[in-house]
Structures are given as C-alpha cells and as structure tokens.
Design a protein around this ligand. Structure first.
Ligand SMILES: *[C@@H]1O[C@H](CO)[C@@H](O)[C@H](O)[C@H]1NC(C)=O
Ligand SMILES: *[C@@H]1O[C@H](CO)[C@@H](O)[C@H](O)[C@H]1NC(C)=O
Length: 264
C-alpha cells in the first residue's frame, strides 16, 4: 500500500497538472464553510433553501463508476493513473469575440471522460436536465449554463458539482451595471433578480454513494448561521465552490459538444 501511494505521488509531481500542494491524503480532515450546508442538503427533512430535482435511474455500470469517481475525487486522484479521463482525445472549447473570450479556465484544452466509464454521458445528462426542470428559466448557452465546478468535501465524504447558470448577464445601466469582460459582450441574457437568485444547482454524491440534484434559492435564509454563511447575496448570488470543498476540476458543456473536464 505504501509503495502504491508513493508511486502515485511521484507520478503526480512529475506528470500531472495538479501541484503537490493540492494533493491531500484519504485522512484529510479539512473543514469548509459549506460543511453545514452540505449536511443540511443531506438531512432527512427537506431543506427550505433548495428544491430537489429528481434524477433518473442510473445504470449499474454508471453507479459503479460514480462510486469510484467519488473516491478518486476525494483523493484528488482523478488523473494518475489515468482512469477516468481520456488524454488522447483532448480538445479545445470554442472561443468567442475574436478569441478574446475563452470559456475554459486556462485555454489548455479539456479532456473528455473515457468512453467506457459512461460518466461523460451521465454528466451531460445532468446539464440537459436542468433547462427541462427549470422550465427554461435556465438555458444551455455560453451566457447562461455552460459549466460546473467539481469539489471534494472531506468531512462529509461528499463529492459534488456546483453548476453556475446566468454567468454573463448583459451589462445594463439600470439593472446590472457590471463589466464582466469579453465573454459578456453580446449577451442576450437580461438580469432579473428573482431568476438570478436561483442560478446555482448542486449535484452531490454522498458517503453512501447516493446521488442528488438541488436547485438552490440564495434568497432564502434558514436562520442557521452555519448554513446561511455560504448563501451569498445580490446581485451575483454565487455559491462559491471553494466554500464547499477542495476544488478539483471544472466541467464544460455546450450543446453539440462533448463534456470536457479541466483539472486544477
Ligand atoms: C489513485 O488511484 C489509483 C487507482 O486508480 C490507486 O491505485 C492509487 O492508490 C490512488 N492513489 C491515491 C493516493 O489515492
Ligand atoms: C442567446 O444566445 C445564445 C448563444 O449565442 C443562443 O444560443 C440563444 O439562442 C440566444 N437566445 C435568444 C433568445 O436569442
């Protein structure tokens, strides 16, 4: 076991884009501001600040790979040995506005999931469900929903995704006077406060490998300070992935393209 771990660490240092400081052991005891928030989502009583989006039944194969994926995410070990991602099929996400707007975080290209894991299709399915469940309040587009952040929460042994919709509302002197850079140019998304409040969707796989999907309303406070701490306010209403755990990767998805993963 010791040798195995050592080999993995050595190959991480030399070959992986994850710097050693980002490497944590299984016994990671870090706490995060979002620990209570995640516990509230997982508790038996329905959370007031989130609506549950029912997930379709998952195939046995996908369930098995999801369980392995959770373990690997918590070990921050989804790269080496390459088990989940297919390095031979690296590709670029499209850029816009004379290439000045790059959607992917570092322009180094993204990796699809290895086909045999079926996880690419699984996560694409989540992106596709969101517009349906939100009755088009959220749409797949480069201004609205096109990405999610993968986090690992050691205390609850939960891995999860925060989907950020409404990423680039149009700059508007009255309703949204904020310059968000090149990716905002040409935005056809009008800022509406009560829609913006519900721009965060959270998917989790918990310690028992149960999966769930939640539509968060950042406007609802629970009165429990430990929970409310992470639900930020107007006008951005961002649920920050790094408050929920170690940030491991970003997922990108636009209709017509494969889901691509960019590691931290
Ligand atoms: C990383 O994952 C591989 C299996 O894919 C495993 O053999 C190895 O022990 C893991 N390393 C750590 C540090 O968890
Ligand atoms: C808004 O822009 C996106 C991205 O270009 C496009 O897919 C969508 O159809 C547009 N929506 C409307 C209502 O024009």
């Amino acid at each position: 076991m010791k040798t195995l771990v050592l080999v993995a660490i050595t190959s991480t240092v030399f070959a992986s884009p994850i710097p050693p400081s980002k490497f944590y052991s299984h016994a990671d005891a870090s706490t995060f501001p979002g620990d209570a928030f995640l516990r509230a989502l997982a508790s038996a009583s329905a959370p007031t600040f989130a609506g549950k989006i029912p997930l379709p039944a998952t195939s046995t194969t996908a369930r098995r790979h999801l369980a392995e994926f959770r373990t690997a995410t918590l070990a921050l070990n989804i790269t080496h040995p390459v088990r989940f991602l297919d390095e031979s099929r690296q590709f670029q996400y499209p850029a816009f506005n004379n290439m000045q707007c790059e959607l992917e975080k570092d322009g180094n290209g993204v990796l699809p999931f290895a086909t045999d894991t079926t996880l690419g299709l699984y996560f694409e399915g989540l992106f596709q469900m969101i517009p349906i469940w939100t009755k088009d309040e959220i749409k797949l587009s480069r201004f609205d929903l096109f990405h999610a952040h993968l986090f690992a929460n050691p205390r609850t042994k939960t891995a999860g995704l925060v989907f950020h919709a409404k990423e680039y509302p149009a700059d508007d002197a009255d309703t949204f006077p904020f310059n968000l850079g090149f990716c905002q140019l040409g935005s056809n998304l009008t800022f509406v406060d009560k829609v913006m409040r519900r721009r965060n969707i959270v998917w989790t796989i918990d310690a028992k490998d149960r999966t769930s999907l939640w539509w968060i309303d950042m406007g609802i406070k629970t009165g429990d300070q430990a929970v409310d701490e992470v639900t930020g306010g107007a006008p951005f209403y961002t649920l920050y992935e790094d408050s929920l755990g170690h940030v491991v990767a970003d997922f990108y998805y636009l209709e017509g393209l494969s889901l691509g993963v960019s590691l931290y």
